[in-house]
Design a protein around this ligand. Sequence first.
Ligand SMILES: *[C@@H]1O[C@H](CO)[C@@H](O)[C@H](O)[C@H]1NC(C)=O
Ligand SMILES: *[C@@H]1O[C@H](CO)[C@@H](O)[C@H](O)[C@H]1NC(C)=O
Ligand SMILES: *[C@@H]1O[C@H](CO)[C@@H](O)[C@H](O)[C@H]1NC(C)=O
Ligand SMILES: *[C@@H]1O[C@H](CO)[C@@H](O)[C@H](O)[C@H]1NC(C)=O
Ligand SMILES: *[C@@H]1O[C@H](CO)[C@@H](O)[C@H](O)[C@H]1NC(C)=O
Ligand SMILES: *[C@@H]1O[C@H](CO)[C@@H](O)[C@H](O)[C@H]1NC(C)=O
Ligand SMILES: *[C@@H]1O[C@H](CO)[C@@H](O)[C@H](O)[C@H]1NC(C)=O
Ligand SMILES: *[C@@H]1O[C@H](CO)[C@@H](O)[C@H](O)[C@H]1NC(C)=O
Ligand SMILES: *[C@@H]1O[C@H](CO)[C@@H](O)[C@H](O)[C@H]1NC(C)=O
Length: 367
Amino acid sequence: MRPQPNMLRLLLCALLLGSACAWCPPRCECSEAAHTVKCVSRELRDVPSGIPGYTRNLFITGNQLSRIGSRAFRGLENVTNLSLSNNRISELESRAFAGLRSLRSLDLSGNQLAVIHPEAFTVQNQSLRELNLSRALYNHSAVVDLATSLRWSSLGTLRGLDLSNNGLVFLPPRIFSHLSSLRRLLLANNSLVALHNSTLWGLERLEELDLRLNALKTVAEEGLRELDSVPGAALLLAKNPFVCKCGIEPLALWLNRSQGRIRDAEGLVCASPAGMRNTSLLEVGALALGCHQGAAGARLALHTSYVFLGIVLGFVGLVFLFVLYLNRKGIKRRVYDLRDTCREVWEGYHYRFEADSGPRLAQVGDI
Ligand SMILES: *[C@@H]1O[C@H](CO)[C@@H](O)[C@H](O)[C@H]1NC(C)=O
Ligand SMILES: *[C@@H]1O[C@H](CO)[C@@H](O)[C@H](O)[C@H]1NC(C)=O
Ligand SMILES: *[C@@H]1O[C@H](CO)[C@@H](O)[C@H](O)[C@H]1NC(C)=O
Ligand SMILES: *[C@@H]1O[C@H](CO)[C@@H](O)[C@H](O)[C@H]1NC(C)=O
Ligand SMILES: *[C@@H]1O[C@H](CO)[C@@H](O)[C@H](O)[C@H]1NC(C)=O
Ligand SMILES: *[C@@H]1O[C@H](CO)[C@@H](O)[C@H](O)[C@H]1NC(C)=O
Ligand SMILES: *[C@@H]1O[C@H](CO)[C@@H](O)[C@H](O)[C@H]1NC(C)=O
Ligand SMILES: *[C@@H]1O[C@H](CO)[C@@H](O)[C@H](O)[C@H]1NC(C)=O
Ligand SMILES: *[C@@H]1O[C@H](CO)[C@@H](O)[C@H](O)[C@H]1NC(C)=O
């Protein structure tokens, strides 16, 4: 058994030096003076046991942790900052951090979270302030689990949430609804294409919203209403692929109106169409995109298409007449044939009618 020498050492320490003994888990570096324990890039597969109680800053980064079980950090009541970044964590169990009753900052960036228990982030004392989930989700499907646990984990005191670099394509409605103290929400470098109703529901205290480097081609009225629902938040919107066609007008007008809180308003430019590339979005509002002449334009287009249809039909008619003309001899013959056939039929009928009429007249006479 491997832990035995360590336990022996601990026992010796306790006997020889009392509580002041500098005990430290293997493959970690401990500094009692700085209240810090670092276990960095040591291929650890589990949270080491025997982390000293004085620890306030705990770094287990760049290792091979794959799962954080329930109460993995039992007894570490003094830890305020925990970083588990750059591991391979794919699963967070229920109350994985529950024992850390002083925890203020939790960094899980650079992991592969796929399974997140609804109560994964519950911390006994509701003390968590900062949660870093940058580049932490295995794929964008994990956002569904995440939304559930953000609602269930009593994170009412969270101030900062970093969800950047996750390839998110959508945010479930009301995903942030229980984060009523959130000030800073970082969503940069995802693949969001729109902001839907109630995405930002409940974020009354938001002060900063970073949406840079997403896939927004425009922001529709629905999304602008969402942004207006967090009036205190400064916004960052640069490096989105804005398409400066008619649909962009509401956004351009909104930008002009909201310039005060858009920190990078000056830097917002069109990505397409080619003719508009690099044009400032603020100028687009003033430019005539020709959207309001839309109805007249449509009428003109309709008119043009009728003229074109007429020309095509006329041409087809001409071809038809020309074919008739070329076949005139054959047609004449057919007409004569038809006339002869008709005549024969007619004469046959006439004959039968006259032959029948005798008895019928006789019947009428009987009545
Ligand atoms: C936490 O820190 C306090 C004050 O520094 C100390 O008295 C206490 O023993 C620590 N807790 C543990 C489990 O060591
Ligand atoms: C601990 O986290 C806080 C944020 O809550 C941060 O300001 C501070 O710098 C962190 N300390 C260390 C040692 O990482
Ligand atoms: C809860 O957190 C506060 C600081 O946020 C701390 O003063 C208090 O001692 C904590 N309570 C427990 C039971 O750890
Ligand atoms: C989150 O972690 C990433 C990578 O470790 C870091 O670059 C980023 O600054 C952190 N976010 C916050 C809000 O501290
Ligand atoms: C995300 O990963 C899970 C496996 O953890 C898989 O079932 C799911 O299909 C993946 N989703 C996407 C969109 O790739
Ligand atoms: C964006 O996120 C991806 C991972 O999702 C990362 O590979 C890429 O470097 C990030 N880009 C920037 C500019 O940060
Ligand atoms: C969004 O909310 C508005 C009212 O605020 C409503 O009229 C609209 O239908 C909603 N859209 C969707 C997609 O739910
Ligand atoms: C866009 O404009 C900036 C300066 O306003 C310039 O540095 C940059 O090269 C331009 N990009 C393109 C693609 O024209
Ligand atoms: C913003 O709107 C005002 C009118 O409300 C207009 O005078 C001004 O030119 C606009 N600014 C830009 C940059 O479009």
